[in-house]
Ligand binder design. Structure first.
Ligand code: CP
Length: 308
């Protein structure tokens, strides 16, 4: 089915329709199956990557995606220090300038709402690559793709989102996407200090998606198809004592794995700190490295959709 919904800026998960998500998933499947068919499609196009916060996966998979499509990339890591932000330039002015040089801007920033501010002044598409504790919609796309790839379906899936849900932009974006599918059920597993924010729970209620909130991970493990671990985000805590009290609160090890369903999958947006023991990596249910790899294919599909 042809999908006609326009996609310009990519700011938040709510803007994706189910039809558009299915189109991107199908395109990512094609790219994975026959990568040679997509070589050169972005010839002559330039992607700017502006990263004001650290990144390994998002930055490099976007760059690899653009290069594999035949386009070129430029950008700055640690833009707060190495761009003219260090001299006091506003984000808006930086974006006005860079949008004159590039065909698409991939932006990671520490402030929630930064991608929306950038889109308001940009002449070219802006892709939100994570805005503080706000959203990370392209991570959610690769997460959704991974669920479909690993389990063969998204409708009816039972998902536990675990860890720092108050500060976790990946879990926020993924929850919005899951709410577009049928018969999904979500468990929010977190200590009360970093529980999922009320706006997301209200969104699920509005879309008739059942959800459960608990701090007890062990009791949830046998009931779900997807265990989505996240790290407690040290950089978001003003008080180190609060971080120290929470770090290590959840850990998947061999014993926890034994409580999971035989065909369930274990996901993590990465980087992990100590939420998943290395001994778990060899288990076929450990999907997190395959998940990171899927970031390349879904970001190729997204760039292809935006720029061709
Ligand atoms: N998952 C994710 O956003 O990883 P990076 O911070 O390495 O980009």
């Amino acid at each position: 089915m042809a999908v006609t919904s326009r996609l310009h800026h990519v700011i938040e998960s709510q803007q994706f329709s189910r039809a558009l998500l299915e189109d991107l998933i199908a395109r990512a499947d094609e790219i994975k199956r026959e990568p040679q068919r997509f070589i050169g499609r972005m010839a002559g196009q330039v992607m700017a990557a502006l990263f004001y916060e650290p990144s390994t996966r998002t930055r490099l998979s976007f760059e690899a995606a653009m290069l594999r499509l035949g386009g070129q990339t430029m950008g700055t890591d640690n833009a707060r220090e190495f761009s003219s932000a260090a001299k006091g330039e506003t984000l808006e002015d930086t974006i006005r300038i860079v949008s004159g040089y590039a065909d698409v801007i991939v932006l990671r920033h520490s402030e929630e709402g930064a991608a929306r501010r950038a889109a308001a002044v940009s002449g070219v598409p802006v892709i939100n690559a994570g805005d503080g504790p706000g959203q990370h919609p392209t991570q959610a796309l690769l997460d959704l793709y991974t669920i479909r790839d690993e389990l063969g379906r998204i409708d009816g899936v039972r998902v536990a989102l675990v860890g720092d849900l108050a500060n976790g932009r990946t879990v926020r974006s993924l929850t919005y996407l899951l709410s577009k599918f049928k018969d999904v059920k979500v468990w929010f597993v977190a200590p009360p200090q970093v529980a999922m924010r009320d706006d997301l729970k209200a969104h699920l209620d509005e879309h008739h998606v059942p959800w459960v909130e608990t701090a007890d991970l062990d009791s949830v493990l046998p009931d779900v198809d997807v265990v989505y671990m996240t790290r407690i985000q040290k950089e978001r805590f003003a008080d180190p004592e609060v971080y120290n009290a929470l770090k290590g609160v959840y850990r998947i090890d061999g014993a926890a794995l034994a409580r999971m369903r035989k065909y369930a999958i274990l996901m993590h947006p990465l980087p992990r700190v100590d939420e998943i023991a290395p001994e778990v990596d060899a288990d076929p249910r450990a999907a997190y490295f395959r998940q990171a790899r899927n970031g390349l294919h879904i970001r190729m599909a997204l760039l292809d959709r935006l720029l061709t």
